[in-house]
Design a protein around this ligand. Sequence first.
Ligand code: CTP
Ligand code: CA
Length: 227
Amino acid sequence: ERYAGGAQLLAGRKVLITAGGTVERIDPVRFLTNDSSGRMGFAIAETARRMGAEVTLVAGRTEGPLPGGVNVIRVQSAQDMLEAVLAEAGSSDIIVKAAAVADYRPAMKADQKIKKSEHTMTLELVKNPDILQTLGSRKKDGQVLVGFAAETERLEEHAMDKLVRKNCDLLVANDVSKPGSGFGTETNEVRIFDRNGNVEALPLLHKLEVAERLLELAAARLRRSEA
Ligand code: CTP
Ligand code: CA
């Protein structure tokens, strides 16, 4: 099967994608999560497969059917996601971190359902590992690392800061306060930043079209690093 552009841009390549929200357990019946549906990551997985890649999808909590023809690894917590990703990262040509990883998890996970007692209760949270930053710090020569940034203000500043801090090659930034963008929608309006300071501002597009443009840019960087 060929993608709409007619080119098998990623034939013979391995692409690793994370999608969805992580689930951080409080006790056996409660957890912390976020609004991510996984749709952007699914669109990237599907498009990469159409472009000829061998695709591994590490999926947290998602909505809707999983894309076909890709290897799926299901995870819950950020720590599980980190382990799954590190096991696959070494052999991947392109890694796309579209997942919404919880920044914090409960400091303690209760083995039994927590009973109510006092009038107030405090849940202590501790910081999760930063998966993208970990990948950036051990990136292989020629590997293309793509991060995401969901922002509500000062988009460019925050996006460039994340790109540099996490040693990404491309960073997809979206303003989640804009209608039609971000969590749960079929569409997304993004700006794609690269390490050289180039910015590609895309109009409001279907997530499959965003995926196509993003993977074209990633494929071009792969070829350039091999030239
Ligand atoms: N990310 C990650 N591991 C984390 C947190 C984030 O891998 N523990 C990744 C996300 O998958 C995304 C990118 O980092 O590709 C940016 O996530 P974002 O939440 O926008 O940035 P943070 O660095 O967490 O900063 P903040 O939430 O404070 O804006
Ligand atoms: Ca975050």
